[in-house]
Design a protein around this ligand. Structure first.
Ligand code: RIB
Length: 329
């Protein structure tokens, strides 16, 4: 099944909702250099100037949702270094509520990123303060989580904290959107049970479900209805699988819902794909909170992520609704 929906009316619905999103997880300062090509092991290549940019998968998700008009609360930890204020101020500029973020001794989360001339990247993550987000912190954040319409989680934080946050949300009837990134094949059973929707890319899906990737690279050739069933057997009744420039599939095994919906990609000249998956996730959170169905969420997210691919960095490349509409309509 293919989707047909109006982007302007979707943005309008996101802007109108007063329900909030909680995102618990990572904030990183991304030390980013653009190079012609990525270095091989043991090789040195010259790059352009060093950019220090606001990032971290969770912070990016929060910023992306907030930029398009959603109300977002960030939960997590920054350190006591100069990057702490840098990270928080960028989130605040995007409109994210950072009042519940804790300060801990030591460095904030950081990454070292290289981006090549084809917009591909490599990322090395140093958790820093993100490693100090524990189950007790998630528990102390229970009111913020329970009072939200949706909770966003990824795996750049200690799994105990992720599990606890998901458990609190599930018990309170808050929709949990889990991004299995950085990828883990051994997702805890309790986390699967407490999550409503899984967001993965095509490679993560293949690893998770143990399926072969298509030889010709054409993901549309797979039987996506059957994959929805495989996803259900794995434990997720709803999932979104992103396929980069090939679009995305929304999978469901819920009664009455189509098993799979194809969402076409939006063609852009990509400069840097860092944080595009996070922009997608943030938009899905915004859509869920506004009461959109998952197909509409993915449609919205496809545009928001495509816009993000046209600028350098993660949060620094995210657009507002007006900017995104202006670019694509
Ligand atoms: O997904 C992109 C993000 O991954 C970057 O901002 C970096 O901080 C890493 O967490």
């Amino acid at each position: 099944m293919e989707l047909n929906c109006d982007l302007q009316s979707i943005f309008d619905r996101v802007a109108k909702t007063s329900r909030t999103i909680a995102v618990l997880g990572s904030m990183n300062a991304d030390y980013t250099v653009e190079t012609e090509r990525l270095p091989l092991p043991g090789e040195t290549v010259s790059g352009g100037p060093l950019h220090i940019l606001p990032g971290g998968k969770s912070a990016n998700q929060a910023a992306a949702a907030s930029r398009i008009g959603a109300h977002v609360m960030m939960l997590g930890a920054v350190g006591d270094d100069g990057n702490a204020e840098f990270l928080l101020s960028h989130l605040q500029d995007a409109g994210v509520d950072v009042s519940a973020v804790k300060n801990v001794p030591g460095p904030s989360g950081t990454t070292v990123i290289t981006v090549d001339s084809h917009a591909e990247n490599t990322i090395v993550y140093s958790a820093g303060s993100n490693a100090k987000v524990d189950a007790a912190y998630a528990q102390r954040s229970a009111d913020a989580i329970s009072g939200s319409a949706a909770l966003g989680l990824c795996l750049e934080s200690p799994i105990e904290a992720v599990n606890r946050a998901a458990g609190i949300a599930h018990k309170a009837g808050v929709k949990v959107l889990l991004n299995n990134s950085p990828f883990r094949a051994d997702l805890p059973d309790e986390l699967i049970a407490d999550s409503d929707i899984l967001l993965v890319n095509e490679h993560e899906m293949s690893q998770l479900l143990g399926i072969d990737e298509p030889d010709d690279g054409r993901w549309s050739s797979l039987d996506w209805d059957a994959l929805a069933h495989r996803m259900e057997l794995f434990g997720f009744h709803e999932a979104i699988v992103t396929l980069g420039s090939q679009g995305a599939y929304v999978l469901s095994s819920l009664p009455g819902a189509p098993r799979s919906v194809f969402v076409p990609a939006v063609a852009v000249h990509a400069v840097d794909t860092t944080g595009c998956g996070d922009a997608f996730m943030g938009s899905v959170l915004a859509g869920i909170t506004a009461g959109l169905d998952l197909g509409q969420c993915a449609h919205l997210a496809t545009y928001v992520a495509a816009y993000a691919a046209t600028g350098v960095g993660a949060q620094s490349s995210y657009g507002t609704s007006a900017e995104i509409l202006d670019r694509f309509l």
